[in-house]
Design a protein around this ligand. Sequence first.
Ligand code: GDP
Ligand code: MG
Length: 87
Amino acid sequence: MPEKSKYKIVVLGDVGCGKSALVKRFVRNEIVRTYDPTIEDKYVKKMEFRGNLVELEIVDTSGKVCRFRGFGLGNLKKNGNYWRISS
Ligand SMILES: Nc1nc2c(ncn2[C@@H]2O[C@H](COP(=O)(O)OP(=O)(O)O)[C@@H](O)[C@H]2O)c(=O)[nH]1
Ligand SMILES: [Mg+2]
């Protein structure tokens, strides 16, 4: 199998829109029914994608991070991958 590729992903979206639930389902196949406010959590998932081994480092944010000055989606679009979850 080819060498492992690494990707960093930041998950953004309003508070309570389902970011953590989506990440936990993706990383651990876990279904979350309770609301536990996130400060910031980091997950690592290794998986095979289209025949390649990939390592994903996923940062699940609180939702409030989007309101910080200079943390615009424009910067993220230029500098990396992002998931935007909206309800
Ligand atoms: N019905 C439904 N509830 C969801 C879904 N995703 C998340 N939730 C619920 O919405 C609440 C907030 O989700 P959470 O992932 O913690 O929100 P976050 O603040 O964006 O991380 C939790 O009680 C989840 O169980 C969904 O797709 N459908
Ligand atoms: Mg959360």
